[in-house]
Design a protein around this ligand. Structure first.
Ligand SMILES: [Zn+2]
Length: 376
């Protein structure tokens, strides 16, 4: 009976909406209007409305203080900010393209002192409850408003503003690359904290902790600030077309099996969901060879390639390249920016040779390069 009432209700609502809809919309959609509760995603799960998202943070539980801190757990925004100040480094943003960023580390500062994992968890939970979640939904909302702008607001001088047409045949652009990083930090909690504060100007879609737990910080369709200046093939704004994944690792230690298994689970989902080509799983150092060295030489690229993420050479089938083989051209075809050939060679070696990152190619290195190049 309930279902029947609901169907009749839906039919009446559709007829009503159809009758009331003007032939051309004259105002922008206010995405903060509380929508009907029946909004669901393609899989039938209830989708959080923009209104609910905007108000989500108001219902969040208060963060609990860590054992080592004596605090009421009800710190104000001002108190949290005051506490953050002595240890937070000034970090240049990884976006927009055209600005430089710090070398190799998310956080670089002589005055930086690592606090405990519990401290970062506490302060991050507080920041999330006080400001980060609200800011997230506010920014997402402004993005949604931007996407629903009418042509009459267009700044484009090339279009005819006297009449306009819309098409119902569209959806949203999807990510087509995955860029992998190591955090160069001490714990995932520290990285979650770094990405929770606005003035760091850096972010990623996902953070993979050492025990394999994966945290998502940004919707896959949004642009994170993780790549900065660089070039891969013809792409020079990787933030716009990639998903950024930060792997908790200090840069001079192996990656645990649990962590790589967590990463592989995530990559398997992303590859299938967005149909990302195998060759489009790359490292930050591949994209920005002169600035970045992450992920480090300890990163198991072969294991990833065996699972279908990125390519690796055929270890049992290495042949000498032909006499006219041009290594720089091969690097370029793979995707490396060869404007600075020595940097491109170093980045290639960090990825494929790993134990030697000099800027020259030995005969063995050339065999590997030739073998990889044939896969592109
Ligand atoms: Zn990086």
């Amino acid at each position: 009976m309930y279902k029947l009432q609901s169907v009749i209700g839906s039919v009446i609502l559709i007829i009503f909406l159809y009758a009331c809809t003007p032939s051309q919309p004259t105002t922008k959609t206010n995405v903060l209007n509380k929508p009907a509760d029946s909004e669901t995603d393609v899989k039938g799960n209830k989708r959080m409305s923009a209104w609910e998202m905007q108000n989500y943070h108001k219902n969040l539980p208060k963060a609990a203080p860590p054992a080592e801190r004596k605090t009421s757990g009800r710190e104000t925004k001002k108190e949290i900010k005051k506490e953050m100040n002595p240890t937070v480094a000034v970090i240049k943003p990884e976006d927009p393209v055209g600005q430089t960023s710090v070398n190799n580390n998310i956080v670089t500062s002589a005055s930086f002192a690592y606090r405990s994992k519990e401290y970062y968890k506490f302060i991050t939970d507080s920041i999330q409850a006080v400001s980060a979640k609200a800011a997230y939904y506010q920014i997402a909302d402004s993005m949604m408003r931007m996407m629903t702008q009418l042509p009459i607001n267009s700044k484009n001088p090339a279009i005819d503003l006297t009449q306009w047409y819309t098409t119902p045949n569209f959806n949203i652009r999807k990510p087509n690359y995955v860029m992998l990083h190591h955090t160069a930090q001490t714990t995932a909690e520290q990285t979650l904290y770094t990405f929770s504060i606005q003035r760091t100007g850096v972010s990623a879609h996902y953070v993979v902790s050492r025990d394999g737990t994966v945290y998502q910080m940004l919707n896959d369709y949004m642009k994170a600030w993780h790549s900065g200046i660089g070039r891969w093939g013809s792409v020079n704004d990787m933030n716009s077309c990639s998903l950024g994944i930060e792997i908790d690792n200090n840069g001079s230690e192996p990656f645990s099996d649990a962590q790589i298994n967590g990463l592989l689970k995530l990559l398997t989902y992303l590859k299938k969901e967005y149909q990302i080509p195998q060759e489009n799983f790359i490292g930050h150092s591949d994209y920005a060879p002169s600035r970045k060295n992450d992920p480090s030489k300890y990163f198991p690229w072969k294991k990833l390639a065996d699972a279908g993420f990125g390519y690796w050479y055929d270890t049992l089938n290495l042949k000498d390249p032909p006499a006219d083989f041009n290594p720089i051209m091969a690097l370029r075809i793979i995707g490396y920016d060869t404007k600075k050939p020595m940097d491109a060679i170093k980045a290639f070696k960090l990825h494929f040779i790993q134990n030697d990152v000099s800027s020259t190619l030995s005969d063995y290195d050339k065999k590997i390069l030739y073998n990889v190049y044939l896969k592109y």
